[in-house]
Design a protein around this ligand. Structure first.
Ligand SMILES: [Ca+2]
Length: 269
């Protein structure tokens, strides 16, 4: 397979910020030469509001000049879709290494692909090893839907991913209908509360009841809870009162294209 780019920035002998620039630039150049290489990544932190630290960055696919994700996904539809899963995460990992990411890295794959084959994830693991990024710091984000579609097969593949040390996060939790038994069956490392549950939670008692229940189950099972899409100080305030300490959202930092954004920590004025 033709390598997408030099996946070992340390071997190139440049400073790391220079390498991040080179990786982003080479993506743009390839986009003009080969329409299939038309993507890059933005990074959004997941923060620990108590420790005031970044625990992970979620890599979010973008076009080569920062175009929004739907434009990229539209180009990788149908029979080309697997190419984005096979080439995207290796790119996201190498760019993260060039940006000096030393915490975890959350990766997204297209819906269902993790439950169908382990090929794409293994390519990501190999890329991480080549870059010197420990696979134990990779977190796979999966949605409720793909977990429940074929639980037996999904469970088998998850065991393979875990054997490499990868962590598992259930993305958009609370958006689907699978319920809390999913947490018992798969024991993910993280649950990311769907932003629809979070929006305006400080004044919505039904959502509050759901989030309290999920948070309690996760606490009992040793699963980390991440509140996603937190945008206001009031949302943060209510969630922090429930002992939730991991957050992702515009209140803390927006995704930064091919860069690591500055983070705001509480207290929020
Ligand atoms: Ca995600």
């Amino acid at each position: 397979m033709r390598p997408m780019f030099n996946e070992n920035p340390a071997a190139a002998g440049h400073s790391r910020p220079g390498n991040a620039h080179n990786i982003a630039r080479s993506s743009r150049e390839r986009a003009s030469a080969d329409g299939r290489f038309d993507f890059s990544f933005a990074y959004q932190p997941i923060v620990d509001a108590v420790d005031r630290s970044v625990v992970s960055y979620e890599a979010l696919v973008r076009g080569p000049a920062g175009e929004p994700a739907p434009e990229v996904l539209a180009r990788y539809s149908g029979s080309d879709a697997h190419l984005l899963d096979e080439r995207g995460p290796p790119f996201a990992i190498a760019l993260a290494v060039a940006l000096d990411v030393t915490c975890d890295l959350n990766l997204n794959y297209l819906p269902q692909s993790l439950a169908v084959s382990d090929k794409a994830v293994k390519l990501g693991i190999h890329a991480a090893e080549r870059c010197g990024f420990p696979p134990e710091r990779l977190v796979l984000e999966v949605t409720e839907g793909e977990v429940i579609d074929d639980p037996a097969r999904f469970g088998m593949l998850i065991d393979v991913y875990r054997s490499f040390g990868l962590k598992l996060a259930i993305d958009d939790f609370g958006a689907g209908h699978s319920g809390l038994n999913l947490l018992a069956d798969f024991q993910p490392d993280q649950v990311k509360l769907d932003m629809k549950l979070i929006r305006g939670i400080e004044s919505n008692s039904p959502r509050q009841a759901i989030v309290r229940a999920i948070a309690q189950v996760c606490l009992d099972l040793g699963i980390d809870v991440i509140a996603e899409g937190v945008e206001t100080a009031d949302e943060y305030g209510w969630l922090a009162e429930q002992q939730i300490r991991l957050f992702q959202g515009y209140l803390f930092a927006k995704p930064a294209f091919a860069a690591l954004p500055t983070v705001r920590y509480p207290p929020f004025a």
